[in-house]
Ligand binder design. Structure first.
Ligand SMILES: NC(=O)c1ccc[n+]([C@@H]2O[C@H](COP(=O)([O-])OP(=O)(O)OC[C@H]3O[C@@H](n4cnc5c(N)ncnc54)[C@H](OP(=O)(O)O)[C@@H]3O)[C@@H](O)[C@H]2O)c1
Length: 334
């Protein structure tokens, strides 16, 4: 009989995955971190250097596109945190070229759940979903989005808004996962973060780091990004990862959980960053955008009601972006 707590984290080299690994190691978990290429030193070095990694972390090669790829990593685990997603979907607009990526997201989650069924050791499967799976509504709610809302995929196909294929893929994957969980007796909990901000473990940039730093860098390649970030919700990466662990451990956790603390508009972020970096000429005017939009928040009441406390809720969104900016500066990424 062993009292080792063994869990698997998919997408462990990514922005959220690596922070989750860090927090799990700190709590004494034995973590099996899956990455597509364990030999890619740039991606895995920071994971291997985390506190407790030498005794509690192992790297496993696995890919969402390969059936049974996660069998070995999942076998013997009590928990699986499925974080990996082909994030490049965010940037693609054309359906045809994305069918494959969408099917990677959907088939990938089902393949990992089949690994859980085979293993017979997994007590709970935690999926990193998104508020994107919630917020695309033809008639938005008057006061707040809740876990009862599911994004309307017909509306996504109609509007083809920013990241619409990502929303379609993630929503389709989540629906398929709930069906599989119900039919196969998997205890699944989904976490729905809004835009995740804050520092990082990985040395590579992600959508989150690009979003947090774009007003600071005024990067030409991302020139349209600020407008896409207008009128959004956000949350600190540490709160997101602690919520994952909280929901894994809580005996009464059930269903979907929104994980979001902030609502913001890009004007506020611009002003906040301009105060923090007066010599950087941070933009504060954005043509064509409503300065006082009605922002409908994503409610984290269900998560808070279960006893979760957000540690970073009192920072402003500029603080969260500045944290990412400082981390990028220290790492020489800016
Ligand atoms: N960042 C946000 O603001 C945000 C908000 C809400 C929800 N989320 C969700 O959070 C999760 C993580 O996002 P992130 O921001 O941390 O993204 P990220 O930094 O881009 O990490 C994505 C990870 O997915 C892995 N991956 C991509 N394609 C894969 C494949 N075919 N097989 C196996 N692994 C694959 C990558 O692994 P390799 O190292 O092997 O390339 C990478 O580690 C995603 O599910 C995303 O939908 C993110």
């Amino acid at each position: 009989m062993t009292d080792k707590r063994i869990v698997c984290v998919t997408g462990a080299s990514g922005y959220i995955g690596s922070w989750l690994v860090k927090r799990l190691l700190e709590r004494g978990y034995h973590v099996r971190a899956t990455v597509r290429d364990p030999g890619n030193e740039r991606k895995v070095k920071n994971l291997l250097e985390l506190p407790n990694a030498s005794t509690h972390l192992s790297l496993w090669k696995a890919d969402l596109t390969e059936e049974s790829s996660y069998d070995d990593a999942v076998q013997g685990c009590q928990g699986v945190f499925h974080v990996a997603t082909p994030m490049e979907l965010l940037y693609h607009d054309e359906p045809a070229e994305n069918e494959e990526i969408e099917s990677t997201t959907v088939n990938g989650i089902l393949s990992i759940m089949r690994s859980c069924s085979k293993a017979k050791t997994v007590k709970r499967f935690v999926y990193t979903s998104s508020t994107g799976n919630i917020m695309m509504q033809r008639q938005p709610p008057v006061d707040e989005y809740t876990e009862e809302h599911w994004s309307d995929l017909d509306l996504c196909y109609e509007l083809k808004m920013f990241a619409w294929k990502y929303v379609v893929a993630k929503t389709t994957a989540e629906r398929a996962a709930w069906k599989y969980a119900e039919e196969n007796g998997i205890d699944m909990v989904t976490v729905h973060p809004s835009l995740v901000l804050g520092q990082s473990v990985t040395p590579q940039t992600s959508f989150s780091t690009e979003a947090a730093t774009v007003l600071y860098t005024k990067d030409e390649a991302n020139i349209a990004l600020p407008k896409k970030l207008h009128n959004l919700s956000a949350v600190h990466v540490d709160d997101v990862c602690n919520a994952h662990i909280f929901l894994f451990e809580h005996p009464l956790a059930k269903g979907r959980y929104i994980c979001s603390t902030h609502i913001f508009n890009i004007f506020e972020v611009g002003h906040s960053l301009r105060e923090k970096y007066p010599d950087k000429n941070i933009p504060t005017e954005f043509e064509g955008l409503d300065k006082s939009p009605k922002i409908i928040p994503c409610s984290s009441k269900k998560l808070i009601g279960l006893g979760f406390e957000f540690a970073h809720k009192n920072k402003d969104v500029g603080d969260l972006c500045a944290e990412t900016i400082e981390w990028c500066r220290v790492k020489g990424l800016l």
